[in-house]
Design a protein around this ligand. Structure first.
Ligand code: FAD
Ligand code: FES
Ligand code: FES
Length: 1336
């Protein structure tokens, strides 16, 4: 290998400022550089793998050939800084800031309530901004496309899309404009009943600044000069371990490739980057011909096809193909159109803008969406090396990586040639993924058939599948055998048989879903068969009969629409003083800061002197003895300061049963064994790989609930509630059904991973922590216990966190203690930011649940008796599992009165990481079981599930199973309004009609009611305190014990203080929550934080107002400032604490009765879905939610909570699937293999109504709504059930069937059994070990 020259200067621009980096490290990515070197922390880390969009920035480049500037979005985490030579980067700080001027994109994102926790917001803003730079008046479709690569876990996307739509021509904020339903048509609508007015306007568009594209920063002229410089020369950047070379001519590139044949060509880095990060690949040399003109061109002069340069990004490929399709006759563009359908959903627009055609073709991932189509379309690849050029077919052999047809190590791809299709030639791309967009296919395919002219006799057939083996595979033998056959049903049937013989997926194959994949192989083939038959018919209807009318819909995929909808809530009483913000849809107090990236999260805090970074070593065994931990090599690694183990914990390493560092044994995969503290995270991480842990497995290893039951392995005693006489009742019912439902767990996927900064103080063993948590008190407790110091030495600060959802309730205490132990040992500040993969592995999530039921009912649908048992998979330590099972048992009746009812529940102890709190705390799981047995009863009685629901629903003042009295009037109102306003029965009839006419697509609807609760049975958890200071200038500081986790708690508290003190909100500030200011605060959870903290703030404000009264009385016309000044002079204390004793709840488990909850929240939701029976994909057509909000303190925030929770619930019940190995290893550790909903999953029509009721017990008669919406997602799984039931009825299958949660495409497809599922080979489960298992 030749010797390497020393480093060049890396020159690029960031936000208009020139950056000259003299020691650019090829291993450093742009995200790191922005955050840690330039201290531009607006760009966020969410995953590090290009999958979440939190790090989106805009890159602009000047093309000297076209003299044009291209602006495109990228995920900064996958951009090596060395690739940026000559580029201009724009980050969220560069488009606007509070200090200067905020950009309209930022303003509208904030004012449309498109931010909650705000962690995704800079990325969202940059995606919309980049689109606007290219299309100042975009279409709603372009907005959807621009947002497809950005995840948001809080908002449910609707307001984000809406903020983008405000830029569309003839502002398409609401697609219902002109229909009389739109907010812009009428400001307020009178409600049908009474005098109350209904409002539909959550923000005022008139306030928005206009978008003025001429105001945007110009592209730096220096970069234009650099790009046009004729004397450009090769650039070399020398890093700590690697070298980067950018050739500037093709010859230079070929020379380099010949010299460094093993060096990857880094183009988009979307394969190379993840390979380095996740597969531990190491490349000492990188060659990056990025921008080399010879790789960027399109040649469509050839009449037979188009040649596209290998450097073209997939986004540029997309634009090119669109252009060709618009120019060429349809028959020539079948391959291009097939590619375009897949290009629309392949990753997000950021990845498509980075990834190149050459990189895609060469890397040949088995999930490639384009290669199967390119192969089916007879594409060829032009290769070049110093030896010369050659052309090779992009065919099966190439895709299967047969060595004799592969690239030689010194060759590069110059271009790809894609021929036009011809008249008797059909090309299609087919795919199915867990979610429609930005998800690797589960199976995809490229297929083409060429007929003898004028006939349907097969002349040539090509079938390629992705994701069914380690490479894309060709069904070559099948195709050969079918040549000469007619394109008819008999051919199809033989084709299915042959292809199943040829493409064998072993039962234990990596990736699992084996039977589903086998089914998809032939289901996709069938779709292709139908498409071609349609095509033939269009060409000659006389000769080629069309497919049956009711098969038509099988051909088309679900379109990606632009969602529309309406949010309805009670208008504020017109007599309320204008200054009083209570009841108004006030924007989140930090929204603008979220959108500008100026909101500070823990890892955005500037470096602290001497700080170290922490990386974790976690157990790779589920249950094993630790024989030895050898840290010597790790300690010797550069930059490493120390390795911390259980022996370094001065105090309690096992506080309340939660183990900080594993000692002697490990009890789950993912348990922290030790941590490494080093000067950089990269050093710490590298060193963790050098820690050698020797294990000896211990039996038993318990992973599933079933195994726990077998071993009697439990975390708590049984909890039971019983009423009536269950045994007796079973004797007098018409029918009895028994069944089991499994509900799998859920990952929180908060966008900001767990982050802690621990700073040890010199004096008195004090430890200061900055941490994203819902429960600072617990962090303080655990840290004090671990360090063996009193709690008064531990200060825990929490300003905000990027989403929590229960995941930051107890886990930060454990992680905080782990971090504090490291800080204590090293005596230096420790920054501990979990990588996404570690976060998912270590912190676990929602409890998987198994429900077993026995239900006795009458033929008219009345349920007389229920005997239900629930088991949750708690994992390896107690955590909050006992509380979760209590909630499961207490809430298990949902909205139904069953006179003879027995419910038992138990938390199982397994060797999985401990599951924890998650929005809804068991209720979202248990409610699936309840609605499933209701649905099963309906099916047995030949009734609609909605009829059985209504028959059994609580209707009048009643007692719950635990004898708490309540009035279900709002429940009834929500239910009735939901049925009526959603036109449920009419739409149900329409769906039946649709189903009659469509064999392969089915629609389904479901309406589900909800009776939910807030707060906790233990009264002491419901207490809260506040601290309010009034300063001499009249400004007010409000502090309380609640945490701002995105729900807008601080905003609501400001609203409360504003009303109570009778001053505008501009006078009031909230800074942070801290154990120093408010001690012993309860957790922010259980939908009660506004209730309890609001009362405490109210109390404090009322105390202050009472003190001010004498002053006010003396000078009633005075201003607030006058009164405060006077009060100070009169020595009236202007500071006080406020306190709320809490709801006096209680539960007696011995007596099985109590008043565990202060009040109930009711609601109902109706969803309609359409299912593709051949693939299992579904589309959510419409959702209507009616939520009893009583009086909403802030309708924008409450609707935000409902919509966000609904989408999160929908994710839980449909696409979010955690995969575990039989040995208890979690496979799903990032956005690439765990799919939360994206913009494309939200309902096409989404209506949310806040229903008014009274709730005098809570502040301002409001209700806590943080969690309730989660359950509403339930309507989607039962709508899916309804659709699948329709398919099954038509196919003559049993009407009563079980759809476990999540109802993934796999579950749906396999439930819609048909001739294809009948054809596939099945495996005897006793003969193989599956790749993954369910743990519920
Ligand atoms: C978050 C994410 C989501 C994705 N989703 C999808 C998806 O849904 N469907 C899908 O099909 N793909 C998906 N991909 C994969 C993506 O399409 C490929 O990673 C991409 O096309 C590779 O192109 P690149 O320019 O980034 O390659 P690089 O990473 O730069 O290079 C990849 C390899 O190709 C070689 N190479 C590059 N260019 C040349 C050339 N001209 N000549 C010779 N060798 C070359 C390099 O040496 C290297 O080995 C996804 C990727 C990411 C990160
Ligand atoms: S952090 Fe870059 S895409 Fe997630
Ligand atoms: S606001 Fe989008 S992730 Fe929190």
């Amino acid at each position: 290998m030749p010797s390497l020259p020393s480093s060049d200067e890396l020159i690029f621009f960031v936000n208009g400022r020139k950056v000259v980096e003299k020691s650019a490290d090829p291993e450093m990515n742009l995200l790191f550089y922005l955050r840690k070197v330039l201290h531009l922390t607006g760009t966020k880390y969410g995953c590090g793998s290009g999958g979440c969009g939190a790090c989106t920035v805009m890159v602009s480049r000047y093309d000297p050939k076209t003299k044009k500037i291209r602006h495109y979005p990228v995920t900064a985490c996958l951009v090596p800084i060395c690739s940026l030579y000559g580029a201009a980067v724009t980050t969220v700080e560069g488009i606007g800031s509070i200090k200067t001027r905020i950009h309209p994109v930022q303003e509208r994102l904030a004012k449309c309530h498109g931010t909650q926790c705000g962690f995704c917001s800079p990325g969202m803003a940059m995606s919309i901004y980049t689109l606007l730079r290219n299309h100042p008046e975009p279409t709603p479709e372009q907005i959807m496309e621009a947002l497809g690569g950005n995840l948001c876990r809080c908002t449910g996307y609707r307001p984000i899309i809406e903020s983008g739509n405000t830029f569309c021509m003839a502002s398409t904020v609401c697609q219902m404009k002109g229909s009389g339903k739109c907010c812009m048509d009428q400001e307020e609508r009178s409600s049908v009943k009474g005098q109350e007015k209904i409002c539909t306007k959550l923000y005022n568009e008139d306030e928005f600044q206009p978008l003025d594209p001429s105001q945007e920063p110009i592209f730096p002229p220096e970069l234009i000069r650099m790009a046009e410089d004729p004397s450009k020369r090769r650039l070399t950047f020398q890093g700590e371990r690697t070298t980067w070379m950018t050739p500037v001519t093709l010859n230079d590139l070929l020379e380099l490739k010949a010299n460094y044949p093993k060096a990857p060509l880094v183009m988009g880095n979307t394969t190379v980057g993840p390979g380095i990060k996740f597969k531990d690949e190491f490349h000492p040399v990188f060659i990056s011909p990025f921008g080399l003109p010879e790789l960027y061109f399109v040649d469509s002069t050839d009449n037979g096809g188009v040649t596209i340069g290998a450097g073209y990004s997939l986004a540029q490929l997309n634009d090119t193909l669109h252009f060709i399709v618009s120019e060429q006759p349809k028959e020539k563009t079948k391959t291009y159109r097939a590619l375009l359908t897949h290009l629309r959903t392949l990753a997000g627009v950021q990845i498509r803008s980075m990834a190149t055609l050459g990189g895609h073709v060469v890397s040949r991932p088995n999930f490639s969406d384009l290669n199967p189509i390119l192969a089916a379309g007879n594409a060829t690849i032009k290769l070049i090396s110093k030896e010369g050029e050659r052309q090779i077919p992009l065919d099966g052999h190439f895709l299967e990586r047969l060595p004799e047809v592969d690239l030689k190590s010194e060759e590069i791809v110059l271009s790809v040639y894609i021929p036009h299709s011809t008249q008797w030639h059909f090309v299609s791309g087919l795919r199915l993924a867990q979610r429609q967009e930005n998800a690797f296919a589960i199976v995809n395919a490229g297929m083409s058939v060429k007929f003898e002219d004028g006939t349907d006799t097969i002349k040539d057939l090509k079938i390629f599948y992705g994701r069914v083996g380690p490479t894309v595979v060709s069904a070559n033998q099948t195709c050969k055998q079918l040549i000469g056959r007619q394109w008819d049903d008999q051919m199809l049937s033989d084709a299915c048989r042959l292809v199943l013989d040829e493409i064998y997926i072993p039962p234990g194959a990596e990736g699992g879903m084996v039977e589903y994949k086998r089914t998809l192989i032939i289901s996709l083939l069938f779709k292709f068969y139908l498409k071609v038959r349609r095509g033939l018919n269009k060409m000659d209807p006389q000769k080629f009969p069309d497919i049956p009318e009711n098969f038509m819909s099988a051909v088309d995929n679900f379109p990606i629409g632009t969602p529309q909808g309406l949010q309805m809530f009670q208008c504020v009483n017109p007599y309320q003083p204008p200054q009083d913000p209570v009841g108004h849809p006030m924007m989140h107090q930090s929204a603008i800061k979220h959108a500008t990236g100026e909101a500070v999260y823990v890892d955005d805090m500037p470096p602290v002197a001497q700080e170290l970074f922490l990386a974790v070593v976690t157990s790779t065994r589920a249950h094993a003895k630790i024989i030895a931990i050898d840290v010597s090599e790790a300690l010797a690694h550069p930059g490493v300061v120390d390795v911390i183990t259980a022996e370094d914990v001065p105090g309690d390493n096992n506080h309340k049963g939660e183990i900080l560092y594993a000692q002697n044994e490990v009890i789950c995969v993912g348990q922290i064994v030790c941590t490494v503290a080093a000067d950089t995270y990269a050093h710490a991480k590298e060193a963790t790989k050098k820690v050698k842990v020797t294990y000896e497995d211990i039996e038993p290893r318990i992973i599933t609930i079933e195994q726990a039951l077998e071993y009697n392995s439990f975390l708590s005693d049984e909890k039971k509630i019983e009423q009536g006489n269950v045994e007796q009742a079973f004797k007098h019912v018409d029918q009895i059904i028994e069944g089991e439902i499994h509900v799998e767990g859920q990952e929180h996927f908060y966008m900001e991973t767990q982050t802690i900064l621990a700073i040890p103080k010199e004096e008195d063993k004090e430890m200061v922590l900055h941490v994203g948590t819902q429960f600072p008190t617990r962090v303080q407790e655990f840290v004090a216990a671990a360090l063996n110091i009193p709690e008064n030495r531990v200060a825990c600060h929490m300003k905000r966190t990027g989403g929590a959802f229960g995941g930051k309730l107890s886990k930060p205490a454990l992680l905080g203690a782990v971090c504090a132990v490291a800080a204590n040992k090293t005596g230096r500040p420790i920054r501990f930011v979990l990588e996404r993969g570690d976060d998912m592995l270590i912190t676990a999530g929602r409890h998987p649940l198994l429900g077993k039921y026995k239900i006795g009912f009458m033929n008219n649908g009345v349920i007389k008796a229920a005997d239900v048992e629930y088991y949750i998979n708690g994992g390896c330590t107690p955590e909050v599992s006992e509380l979760v099972i209590e909630f499961v048992v207490l809430k298990s009746e949902n909205a139904y009165h069953v006179p003879n009812y027995r419910c038992r529940g138990r938390a199982c102890k397994t060797n999985l990481p401990s599951n924890t709190a998650f929005r809804g705390f068991g209720f979202p799981q248990v409610s699936v079981v309840v609605e499933a047995y209701i649905t099963a009863v309906a099916s047995q009685c030949n009734l609609l599930p909605e009829e059985v629901r209504e028959i059994n629903m609580y209707k009048r003042i009643s007692k719950t199973t635990y004898k708490q009295t309540f009035n279900p009037e709002p429940l009834q109102r929500c239910w009735k309004e939901c049925l009526e306003k959603s036109s449920f029965y009419a739409r149900k009839r329409d769906a039946e009609e649709f189903n009659k006419n469509n064999y392969w697509k089915k629609r389904g609807l479901a309406v589900v009611p909800m009776k939910y609760t807030v707060a906790l049975p233990e009264a002491y958890y419901n207490q809260a305190a506040a601290l309010v200071h009034i300063y001499m200038d009249g400004s007010v500081l409000v502090i309380h014990g609640g945490c701002e986790i995105g729900q807008g708690l601080y905003t609501k508290m400001i609203q409360v203080a504003s009303r109570e003190l009778n001053i505008p909100i501009s006078y009031i500030h909230t800074s942070e929550t801290s154990t120093v200011t408010v001690p012993n605060a309860s957790f922010t959870a259980g939908s009660m934080s506004t209730d309890i903290n609001g009362r405490a703030v109210q109390n404090a404000c009322q105390i202050l107002m009472a003190r001010l009264q004498p002053v006010i009385r003396k000078n009633p016309e005075g201003s607030w400032e006058d009164w405060i000044a006077k009060a100070y002079k009169e020595c009236i204390s202007l500071s006080t604490t406020g306190y709320f004793k809490g709801y006096q709840t209680h539960m007696d488990w011995e007596k099985e009765e109590g008043e565990p909850f202060p009040y109930f929240v009711y609601g109902a939701a109706c969803s309609e879905v359409e299912v593709d029976c051949l693939t299992g994909a579904h589309k959510l057509l419409r959702t209507d939610i009616f939520m009893d909000a009583a009086f909403s303190i802030n309708p924008a925030l409450d609707i935000g909570q409902i919509e966000g929770a609904f989408i999160q619930g929908m994710g839980l019940y449909t696409i979010e699937e955690l995969k575990y190995s039989p040995e208890g290893v979690l496979y799903s550790r990032g956005p690439e293999d765990y799919k939360i909903p994206t913009v494309t999953e939200i309902p096409e029509e989404f209506y949310v109504t806040l229903v008014r009721s009274r709730n005098p017990i809570a502040i301002y008669s409001s209700k806590g709504l943080g969690e309730a919406g989660m359950f509403m997602g339930n309507s989607v799984i039962f709508a899916l059930h309804d659709a699948v039931a329709a398919a099954r009825r038509e196919r003559g299958l049993a009407n009563t069937f079980t759809l476990n949660s999540p109802a993934t495409p796999e579950a749906i497809r396999m439930a819609c059994a048909d001739q294809f599922t009948d054809m596939i080979p099945r495996d005897d489960p006793s003969t193989f070990t599956p790749w993954s298992i369910h743990v519920s």
